[in-house]
Design a protein around this ligand. Sequence first.
Ligand SMILES: Nc1nc2c(c(=O)[nH]1)N[C@H]1C(S)=C(S)[C@@H](COP(=O)(O)OP(=O)(O)OC[C@H]3O[C@@H](n4cnc5c(=O)[nH]c(N)nc54)[C@H](O)[C@@H]3O)O[C@H]1N2
Ligand SMILES: Nc1nc2c(c(=O)[nH]1)N[C@H]1C(S)=C(S)[C@@H](COP(=O)(O)OP(=O)(O)OC[C@H]3O[C@@H](n4cnc5c(=O)[nH]c(N)nc54)[C@H](O)[C@@H]3O)O[C@H]1N2
Ligand code: SF4
Ligand SMILES: [Mo]
Length: 672
Amino acid sequence: MTDKTIIKTTCPRDCYDACGIAVVKSADGRLKVLGDPDHAVSRGALCGKCAIAYNGAYLDPKARLTQPMLRTGPKGSGQYREVGWDEAIAFVADGLKKIIAESGPEAIWHTHYTGTCSAIAGGFPQRFFHRLGASEVDPDSICNAAGHAALNYLYGTSSDGFDPRTAKDASCVLVWGANPSASAPHRHKFWLTETPAKVIVVDPVRHDTAAQADLHLQPYPGSDAALAYGLLHVLLTENLVDQSFIDAHTIGWSDLLPLIASADPTTTEKKTGVPAADIIAAAKLYGSGPALLWLGQGLQRQPMGGNVFRAVGLLPAVTGNFAKPGAGLLYLNGGARRGIDGDYLEASHLRRNERQTVSHMDLVALLRHRQRARALITWNINIAASNPRQAELRDALNSDGLFHLAIDLFPTDTVDHADVILPASAFLEFDDLVMSYFDLTVSAQVAAKEPIGASLPNQEIFRRLSKAMGFGEAELYEPDDVILDNLARQLGQPDFASLKRAGTVQRWAEPVLQFPDLAFSTPSGKIELASSAAEAAGYPRVPQPSVDEKPSGRKLRLLSPASRWLMNSSYHNDPKIAAKLGPEHITLHPDDAAARGLQTGAKVRVSNATASIEMIVDVAPMLPRGVALAAKSRWPKLIPGGLSVNALNPGTKSDMAESSSVHGVEVEVTAA
Ligand SMILES: Nc1nc2c(c(=O)[nH]1)N[C@H]1C(S)=C(S)[C@@H](COP(=O)(O)OP(=O)(O)OC[C@H]3O[C@@H](n4cnc5c(=O)[nH]c(N)nc54)[C@H](O)[C@@H]3O)O[C@H]1N2
Ligand SMILES: Nc1nc2c(c(=O)[nH]1)N[C@H]1C(S)=C(S)[C@@H](COP(=O)(O)OP(=O)(O)OC[C@H]3O[C@@H](n4cnc5c(=O)[nH]c(N)nc54)[C@H](O)[C@@H]3O)O[C@H]1N2
Ligand code: SF4
Ligand SMILES: [Mo]
């Protein structure tokens, strides 16, 4: 077939999978974006959502932002005029210079997350913000900061996970508080089915991965620390702990013993709702040989998420599950695990002032404080859909006197409030480099088409802004091809061209062990089961076998994890995705539905002190009583009431790192 060319690239979404993509280009220029049949992860099929969106909204100039725009009407009115890049960039630079002169660069805030996880489009813009001296909304506080903080107390790192290839050597894989069937579909379909290991899932929801597992424990949300202690109790009484490993490589074991002693299976069943027999079975399976623990991000999005992570994170330590094949734990595998120099990518040496940060949980308060926040730059993020306190955030974004620049692919709810809108190019339109946060791979992102309209990749937008600001540092103008070659070399490749030819490479030819030399970057150099650093920061020395208080009265605990048809809020604007989603649904346990006289299909009001929205009921016995399930982050403006599930989130901080506790939201559900 000579009339078709195939370009191979990589999906850079915030997803465990990092699928290989084959873009088939016809002679007339039409594109088909498909899963690469030769790629070890995607094996010929993208997930359902990307298969639709990459052939739909992503390629559609009517759906995408294609021209820079300046606001002409009141904030939120949607009135803009198209301008050229020079005018838009000059307007932004003038605005920022004025603010710097009057209030200093700290009054300029930016917020970004993982719209694209590719290295340059995700990392290079930081060079501009460092040079500017801007303040930053702490990125991880919307997602996984509590888990990072907790694992750092325990292991001194949170981003050096197991090598997934080692699953062939494991006798047990324990998936705790993740839902790969939605959030990592190819791990659900292949990785978890191809390992010879027994699979245990711990999740309040009986999702597809839980249903497929050998054993599913279904605790009440927020009771996992107690459940972890229940497992520790059985491991100890069954002689399945590794005492010589504990003695050599951990500190604080004796502090744990009284807590473990009290956590017998019967007590733990009462605290968590998990049958004692299942607790015993799970501990025996986990203790039966080399075991992998996958700590989900959903698990720590809880009021006591840090404590939960410290408690569940004890399991591999007391069973000696490190430095051998088939053993380890994984939260995320960061770029540094592969040798990427983040300081080079982000040029952190350009910063001259101390970086100010706030948690996403405090964003509404920040934006109401006109002295502290005079400008907001949003890029790679859709706060108006993803953040807590949705209605108040919308008002705060609409307030006069806040200078707002939004950079996105699409006209999101966040973009709607901006003074200046700049169109970003999508990953199909430029070269970059992608690192899965699951596998220890490195992949090329390869341009398959021209940028849509006048759009530019993030990095080029920030180069132009640097120039307009009059910044002289060469780092701000380093071209993509030079950066890509430098990054490729850091990752053990001769250059980017060879990575492009290879597509995806394993960073290390053979599966690597986790903590191979059993050295830990904690204060003691050992695994800190008990942590003085945690204690000094106001936490208990050892994680506590505590459970969250259950909601009072008729309130339910609402979980709103990843939807299989959305990537966070992304793709809701694709009409085919919107049709798959239908109206917002809430799933109830049959007893909770009956107690409210509700049946599947009923329209309900879901409310709390923060908001009240309408949803449609599904009744299914897939949850513990007292728990309700919705899905995260639709675009508010695409919902009849103009508010999505995050309107209900009061933005309460978790116990560590001022992080999101979105799975701790409580609601009342009544017939509408
Ligand atoms: N209820 C509830 N809410 C949640 C969660 C939950 O579990 N429940 N999870 C939270 C979590 S884990 C996260 S990480 C956050 C995520 O929340 P967000 O970071 O807001 O994620 P997205 O909604 O995907 O928004 C990313 C935006 O980046 C844009 N984008 C994509 N590529 C590019 C690019 O190359 N350049 C630019 N400039 N823009 C680009 C996309 O179009 C999209 O609008 O949501 C949080 N919200
Ligand atoms: N399709 C799709 N994939 C995604 C995303 C998406 O939005 N859509 N988002 C991406 C992002 S940004 C992230 S951070 C990851 C997140 O992906 P995951 O790590 O899978 O996290 P969540 O989807 O928030 O929640 C996972 C599970 O945690 C469970 N959970 C909630 N509370 C508790 C608890 O107290 N105890 C236990 N044991 N389990 C609990 C939920 O029931 C849910 O099944 O997924 C990424 N992949
Ligand atoms: S979002 Fe995840 S599953 Fe879907 S194509 Fe991208 S990497 Fe694959
Ligand atoms: Mo996330």
